[in-house]
Write a protein that binds this ligand. Sequence first.
Ligand code: COA
Length: 602
Amino acid sequence: MLPDQVEKIAILGAGVMGHGIAQIASAAGYRIAVRDIKQEFLDNGLKGITKSLDYLVKRERITPEVKGEILGRIKFTLDLKEAVGDAQLVIEAIPEKMEIKHLVWKEAAELAPDDAILASNTSSLSITEIATVVPNPERFVGMHFFNPPAIMKLVEVNQGDKTSKETVDTVMALARKMSKTPVWVKKDAPGFIVNRILVTYLNEAAKLLDKFDIEQIDAAMQHKAGMPMGPFMLSDLIGLDIVHNILKTFEEHIGPEYAPHEKIIELFDSRKLGRKTGEGFYSYTERPAVTEEQAKGFDVKLLLEPFVKEAERLYTEAVATVEDIDTAMKLGANIPKGPFEMKKAGLGEEKPVLTEKENGVYKITLNRPSKLNSMTLEMLGLISEAVDEASADPEIKAILVTGAGDRAFCAGADVSQFPGLSVEEARNVSKAGHNTFKKFMETPKPVVAAVNGYALGGGNELILFCDLRIASEKARFSQPEVSLGLMTGWGGTCLLKKVVGQTVANELLLTGRRINADEAKSIGLVSHVYPAAEFEAKMNEYLQALVNGPPKAISAMKKLAASDNNLDAALDAEADAFADLWNYGELKEGIDAFNNRRKPVF
Ligand code: COA
């Protein structure tokens, strides 16, 4: 079967994975049949897809028309023959029990066309073993999507002992058509790539609990190693039953060193399974959070070393290439660097601001992608140092500021610590932003903000201090402080009106309305909008004019254009007004609402 011959896809199972896969496969233009064994399961599947599409419409990622088209291509049925009889690809996403998989596949393989590709979304069972009940197991393959499929970019394409390379290639191509990034898992290894490395790392973390606290390890891995959350919060999120069972499988199939640690067994035995039961490593009466302060005294190498070792073991066992392992871990575990990239860069703390000098350009990358590059005080300090370094370097002709990852430039100040600040500390936060961002105006080198995703709150204020602003079509801009019970504190009140005019500035500040890249261009917030796929190339092209230009003339013009005798007083007044808000309760309500994903009531 070649990728272009696929028109209809049958999905077996309408649960979280099944309906998620149906949604993205339909979005790619395929006709879809979703089959389950009870009408109630199908109804829930439809509800799930509708909810997810509504969310995308609300976040302006798709239009209401596209939502209608996606739903229109999906049929729900209880009849297996109707679903698979004319499908070129069957994807199964039913419970992870070998007996159930065998029952369903026996029947489905019989009813599906002889040349249809048969794929299992299993994350833990052997592809080779599932395939024993189908005729022609060379067309049977693993197609492992990650939860939630609509958001997670990764698909592990898992080759069983008998799967043909042609089947693997076709499924890789189909995953790409669904806008996913496939990796080729060349061997039927337990846990494939992501679960093998990640769950082993969760077990390694548990082994350190006799010397360190849960919160300390989590804080260090989140704040210093760049992980989206620490290993214990992640175990609670995945579920201790799942973590436990995967480790048992590893123990059985790979070796005794993978046996679940006694703390994991204890939680599993006492049914403290994490978020879903309200208690695991943490108790879930409220959302747990760990601070940078708590990270002290834990060296992240203690966990990064076994993490990398497991990746190396997978590579040595010829399960996947170095590139595929790195890609899988970045996309499947949402971490900034893959294990081999981490090793190359030197194991240790992940820096939240990266700098790089190339061809006369000093590039500053905001690097907390798992928190949408939201800005901490530490980052402000690092940006300050970076601008000083760029200013002093005669080789540097231009400075570029951009965001890591594919979602955000910078989603504003990191608000997680805001509620606990005193009035004076709040004023210092405001002043710290002013002092750093003013450096973009004061440096003699031209500064370009390349907005590759969200530029919200402080992220949008940062770009106002830059000399030039360009955007990817994916960029979104807003000053959402009002929705948090706050006001802008990093220059928004003074500079937005200079860039877009008083009327539009007031509207953006007082309503928090989010605008897309085209609107940002139309109001003069950015000067160019480029397609996302070409953004990097266009950005480099754009910088060339500055690199090749006359430094003295450029510097003189930039200085005069930015000069404003009243700016310091206006920024001080903004800091005072910002800090004054800590005398009232609005921001507590606003930030609590954000943390708990609810609408604030002011
Ligand atoms: N401060 C702290 N954390 C932030 C943040 C901020 N300004 N913006 C995003 N994050 C974190 C989220 O808490 C989340 O962390 P988690 O995975 O530990 O829960 C992570 O970044 C991803 O964001 P999430 O909200 O889950 O993504 P989304 O796609 O649902 O929404 C946004 C994206 C940008 C719309 C949403 O994150 C948002 O509104 N952020 C706040 C923007 C803001 O108000 N900035 C001004 C601050 S003054």
